[in-house]
Design a protein around this ligand. Structure first.
Ligand code: CA
Length: 225
């Protein structure tokens, strides 16, 4: 699944420049224009990385960073127009993992983003996602239904992980395309149906009750009958 980046930046032109560039690079991007909405977006849709401007209206970047840190280990890249040593120390003290002084080149930003994501990917702990009698190990990418172990291909895993992380929520075809196949997917429209069928064949191999339900004309939902 493409990594999710939250950009918290009040300057619309910079925010849009970052959003466009990062989407082009294959990331999923949310943008918040102030600290308060940034914090609620981070809570509602936990990102893999936050790009955070220091100077924000309302709650400033330092305080946003502290609050993000209190709630999660998400890597934070701070953007700042300040370059004084004490300011850098302040940012790092608040829990920022790295910072970039404006103006910066997009290439430089990308390099930092990649480095931070790489670092956090190697340290993030695998977890077991559970729904009904189905569980999914995000470390081994294996599923278990009841007592039965299920091997998944890479795409089957990504699709099932998306369902398991969003139980009982209807996922539209657009969301599934975006999250599992990425923004640049341009292929056949029945690919989701095909993969849902694969997942059903595997998760219902012993006639267990259906978990992945079709919502006609909309998408799919993971729920119990
Ligand atoms: Ca600003």
């Amino acid at each position: 699944m493409a990594e999710q980046i939250l950009v918290i930046e009040d300057e619309a032109n910079i925010a849009q420049f970052l959003e466009r560039g990062l989407i082009y690079e294959g990331y999923r991007v949310d943008v918040a224009y102030d600290g308060q909405s940034g914090l609620s977006m981070a809570r509602d849709n936990p990102p893999d990385l936050v790009i955070l401007d220091w100077m924000l209206p309302g709650i400033d970047g330092i305080e946003v960073c502290r609050r993000l840190r209190a709630a999660s280990e998400v890597p934070v890249l701070m953007l700042t127009a300040k370059d004084a040593v004490t300011d850098r120390v302040k940012g790092l003290d608040a829990g920022a993992d790295d910072y970039l002084v404006k103006p910066f080149s997009f290439e430089e930003l990308l390099a930092r983003v990649r480095a931070l994501l790489r670092r956090s990917n190697t340290t993030s702990r695998p977890e077991i996602l559970r729904f009904a009698d189905l569980s999914l190990d995000t470390g081994t990418h294996r599923a278990i239904r009841g007592e039965r172990a299920i091997d998944l291909t890479a795409k089957e895993y990504e699709l099932l992980e998306l369902f398991m992380r969003n139980p009982r929520q209807v996922l539209t075809r657009d969301i599934i395309f975006d999250r599992v196949w990425g923004y640049d997917f341009g292929g056949e429209s029945n690919i989701i149906e095909v993969y849902v069928r694969y997942l059903r064949q595997k998760t219902e191999a012993e006639n267990e009750p259906r978990l992945i339900h079709t919502v006609r004309g909309v998408g799919y939902v993971l729920r119990e009958d």
